[in-house]
Design a binder for this molecule. Structure first.
Ligand code: FAD
Length: 436
């Protein structure tokens, strides 16, 4: 396997989604302003061939659920040239966007993210999925890590992990994943693979945004479709819209959350999850409810919702699945046969990101076995270790809900990581060149 480059870099960042791009923007701004961080050089490794924001759910009619000021840079530096306002200005839509009276569509936000990416991706290797991070030990110390990609390998002493959350697939479905049973993170590819032969009977698991959007998309694709929508709760519920609970997405909340004890963080996270996850927009809720209602007038039933149900068994049959749904209260069961199952079961963060598994002997663990992460997103190490690791978007357990699957604090988080990296690099010994 060959080394990708012999150029020197101060750090490797794995993942060039929004969080990786936001980090790159800090250094671009520093170059514009000629501040000390301008001297740092990072290299970014991204599995995708180009930047797209959650392309599998880039569906017509969907919009973003954060304020446009919470873009890749504005909370950190409102004068940055990479703001959403600058994007709108450059596209000639600044005034018209103001007249829209609704959030940016997901298509527009994805276009914004790609627009920024194109300006800050000079040090990014696309189509470079990282398969493994391996320790390099010299004189008994972890002196560097080797980062293996499909195209080649790098060595570094400073690593930033910006790989995003991963699809949550409940155990019962894990051995069944394939073209007819898939997570929403593969939604469009899988649906498009059916071409003109879109199956008729679908079962969608979940009550959150991805599940509801999948249901609406399927209903729009075939007029005689049957969608079974399964919920552990009463059905699709609204996301938390109140100003006060939404303050969990503000920076002072992160300080508060991070100051709590391990057990307190657990309790708080459970509470904030229930207020902010697995909810849908009021307009989507109305659309779904109206559709069921209007169908009843004409004697149709394209969408059937099952409340308080758990999937107690699933069995593959011919070209589909036989699914047993059990009522959580009465324990009564019924069987539904469908052609395709879609898992709108959300995303999760591992206690230890799999890419760090080879470094475990040098990583401190908390009582759950998870990473110990300081306020600047630096991962605590132990033993003889010269390697520094930061997590950029994988710190839900230490920093709270706003620092995981959200744009809200991305720009400020990137600034903290960049500053911490700057301090680490300025005190560290000069590193050998990347390629050996
Ligand atoms: C459908 C959907 C809609 C959402 N809408 C909103 C919203 O409106 N507002 C909001 O605040 N949040 C939203 N979110 C939450 C979302 O997580 C964030 O918006 C944002 O995408 C997080 O950015 P990230 O860079 O941390 O992770 P990701 O967007 O997941 O990006 C991670 C990147 O790392 C790359 N990568 C992963 N593994 C490797 C590897 N091994 N090697 C190399 N590269 C790798 C991936 O290809 C990807 O480009 C949404 C999430 C989904 C799924």
């Amino acid at each position: 396997m060959e080394h990708l480059s012999a150029q020197h870099s101060d750090a490797i960042c794995i993942g060039f989604g929004p969080a990786g791009i936001a980090l790159s923007c800090v250094f671009e701004d520093a170059r514009d302003d000629n501040t000390p961080l301008a001297r740092l050089s990072l290299r970014y490794l991204e599995s995708a061939a180009e930047t797209q924001w959650h392309p599998e759910l880039l569906l017509t009619g969907t919009d973003i659920n954060h304020h446009v000021f919470r873009d890749l840079v504005t909370p950190r530096n409102p004068r940055s040239r990479f703001s959403f306002a600058m994007y709108l200005k450059s596209q000639g839509r600044l005034f018209d966007f103001g007249l829209l009276g609704r959030p940016a569509s997901r298509h527009e936000w994805s276009d914004y993210v790609a627009w920024v990416s194109r300006q800050v991706d000079a040090h990014t290797h696309f189509s470079a999925p990282v398969s493994e991070v391996l320790p390099i030990i010299r004189n008994g110390r972890l002196s560097q890590v080797r980062v293996d990609t499909a195209q080649g390998r790098f060595t570094t002493r400073n690593l930033v992990l910006s790989t995003g959350s991963v699809p949550r697939v409940p155990e019962a479905f894990q051995g069944l994943l394939g073209p007819r049973l898939f997570h929403t993170s593969q939604f469009l590819s899988r649906v498009q693979a059916f071409g003109e032969q879109l199956p008729k009977r679908w079962l969608v698991v979940g009550s959150g945004q991805s599940a509801s959007e999948s249901v609406l998309e399927l209903l729009s694709r075939r007029s005689d479709i049957e969608v079974h929508s399964v919920h552990r709760s009463a059905g699709f519920k609204l996301t938390q819209l109140g100003q006060f609970p939404n303050r969990v997405f503000a920076p002072d909340h992160v300080d508060y959350f991070h100051s709590l004890s391990h057990a307190e963080r657990h309790t708080f996270l459970d509470w904030s999850r229930s207020t902010n996850y697995a909810g849908i927009d009021p307009d989507e809720s109305s659309k779904l409810f109206s559709l069921i209602y209007e169908d009843r007038i004409t004697g149709r039933e394209r969408l059937r919702t099952y409340a308080y149900r758990a999937i107690s068994a699933i069995e593959q049959i011919a070209e589909g699945y036989r699914v047993t749904l059990t009522d959580s209260f009465s324990q009564r069961s019924e069987v539904v046969e469908v052609d395709v199952v879609v898992l709108g079961t959300g995303f999760q963060q591992h206690l230890i990101p799999p890419l760090l598994s080879n470094l475990q002997p040098w990583l401190q663990a908390d009582i759950d076995g998870g990473l110990v992460i300081d306020r600047d997103y630096h991962v605590a190490t132990q033993g003889e270790c010269d390697v520094q690791v930061w997590v950029n978007g994988l710190s839900e357990r230490s920093h709270g809900i706003s620092d995981s699957q959200s744009f809200s604090l991305m720009a400020l988080r990137a600034e903290r990581i960049a500053n911490a990296l700057g301090r680490a690099v300025s005190v560290a010994q000069p590193q050998p060149a990347l390629a050996e």
